[in-house]
Ligand binder design. Structure first.
Ligand SMILES: *Cc1c(COP(=O)(O)O)cnc(C)c1O
Length: 470
């Protein structure tokens, strides 16, 4: 393909995208293919000769599209959203055009300097104080890994990277049972080990960590000769939106001199609205926090925003500067690859810049407020139905429920059947979680183009399909 053909196809793709988004409500939200269907539709051997785009595109429509779950469907109520918006799709197109590898300041000064500026816009937008410095990580998992490695190195007096962990006293990290599995994996990868991730009991409707239990666990470990290294707090856990009492937990951690990382991958987005911030009061005392702007405000998958108090601690943990990566004679520059595990980095800040400039923070806030209001309206309606029960209350736009008609046995099996039947139906998409061992169905509203009617349709679909099951 030459660049003339590229321009022709680029225009066609833009038309395709417009009609895809305009007609997306007609598609089932979750892909309806069986396992192996796409794999078997693809030739066993690779082509030796090139094919023209006409044919590739026809196969894309025929083979790929049926196997797509439509994350941009306004009735995607499963997991958390990955909102794409017209300006961020265009930004991603520019990122691909430039395909700049932005590991160092000099490998694209614009990428580095825009990242610094735009993340500071988000810091201000979220009401975080000055003194938090942002970096875009590949994922929340990557940000949390960087935080856990920093905890480890600080606790070991920077000896871990050099000497390894054998011979060191066991390090201990504390979190509730509600944190994401990316925390467990960071503990594995950092060599700290699952047995040293101490689960602190939760209490109350917000399913938050009990600060007194945290204090007791740290003291017990100190008495036993272990080395407490850090606390990982949760704001808006994935299952039910569990949120730790941030101020009280940080006060305990700081009393013992521990590093605190806050995982707000989804709920951090809501903090651009001041009225939602009381749920993370005290967060300004954390050492680091992460949120994924694609999970609600439209930052377009992928990329995670990682704020740190001390870039020095992070780079002391992760930076290696061989001669070929040195930038001589430039003072005051940032090489963001020293802030993360991967060396290479895409120009992800461009998406955030297009996004924030296109909508303004008020445009983004309006969407979040609508999602929360509509989700609560749906919650209130379902709560009034005698054969449904609310399992966990709304945390921002997320809550869980179960179908519990009188006399029904094995509610877990019934609700699993319900969620599968709903997703086979295709008008909406929901996923399940477990709450204190029992199956519950999650609901969250967060798609950028969702309307109140889209959210209310979930009421009709849930009731209709549930009552048809019996
Ligand atoms: C989605 C999510 C993660 C993982 O995010 P990745 O960017 O995919 O690593 C971590 N924590 C919470 C609370 C999440 O919701």
């Amino acid at each position: 393909m030459n660049w003339d053909d590229f321009a022709k196809w680029g225009a066609k793709f833009a038309d395709w995208a417009k009609s895809y988004h305009e007609t997306i409500r007609d598609r089932p939200v979750r892909a309806q293919v069986a396992p192996g269907e796409v794999f078997n539709a693809l030739p066993v051997t690779p082509p030796d000769t090139g094919t023209d785009m006409e044919e590739i595109f026809a196969d894309f429509e025929r083979i790929v599209m049926p196997g797509i779950t439509h994350w941009q469907h306004p009735r995607f109520f499963a997991y958390f959203p990955t909102n794409a918006t017209p300006p961020t799709v265009l930004a991603d197109y520019m990122i691909a055009n430039l395909s700049a590898q932005c590991m160092l300041w000099q490998t694209s000064p614009a990428a580095t300097e825009m990242e610094t500026r735009v993340l500071d816009w988000l810091r201000q937008g979220m009401g975080l104080p000055e003194g938090f410095h942002g970096v875009i990580q590949d994922s929340a998992s990557g940000a949390t890994l960087a935080a856990v490695l920093t905890m480890r190195e600080k606790a070991l007096g920077w000896a871990g990277n050099i000497e390894g962990l054998p011979g060191q006293k066991p390090l201990r990290i504390y979190a509730s049972s509600e944190v994401h599995t990316s925390i467990d994996r960071a503990i594995w990868i950092s060599g700290i080990g699952q047995d040293n991730l101490i689960r602190i009991p939760i209490a109350g409707a917000q399913r938050g960590m009990d600060p007194a239990a945290l204090d007791a666990a740290i003291r017990a470990d100190l008495d036993a000769g272990m080395v407490p290294a850090g606390v990982i707090l949760c704001v808006g856990g994935t299952g039910t939106g569990a949120t730790d009492p941030i101020a009280d937990c940080i006060a305990v951690a700081k009393k013992h001199g521990l590093y605190v990382h806050v995982d707000a991958a989804w709920a951090g987005n809501a903090m651009i609205c001041p009225e939602f911030r009381p749920l993370w009061d005290g967060v300004e005392h954390a050492d680091s926090l992460v949120f994924n702007p694609y999970k609600w405000i439209g930052g377009q998958f992928d990329g995670s925003v990682h704020f740190v108090r001390s870039p020095e601690d992070l780079t002391r943990t992760l930076a290696i500067s061989p001669e070929y990566l040195k930038t001589h004679g430039k003072d005051g520059i940032i090489n963001y690859s020293e802030w993360s595990v991967p060396l290479g980095r895409r120009f992800r800040a461009l998406k955030l810049w297009f996004l924030i400039r296109s909508y303004g923070l008020d445009g983004l806030r309006g969407r979040i407020r609508n999602h929360v209001a509509w989700s609560r309206e749906l919650h209130d309606r379902l709560a009034r139905e005698p054969d449904f029960e609310i399992v966990t209350p709304p945390m921002w736009s997320l809550w869980t429920f179960r179908y519990a008609p009188e006399g029904a046995e094995d509610l877990d099996a019934l609700n699993l059947r319900l969620v599968n039947a709903i997703n086979d139906d295709g008008r909406i998409y929901l996923t399940q979680t477990r709450v204190d061992g029992a199956l519950a169905i999650r609901f969250q509203a967060g798609h950028f183009d969702a309307t109140r009617e889209d959210v209310m349709m979930a009421y009709d679909v849930i009731c209709e399909i549930a009552r048809g099951l019996r």
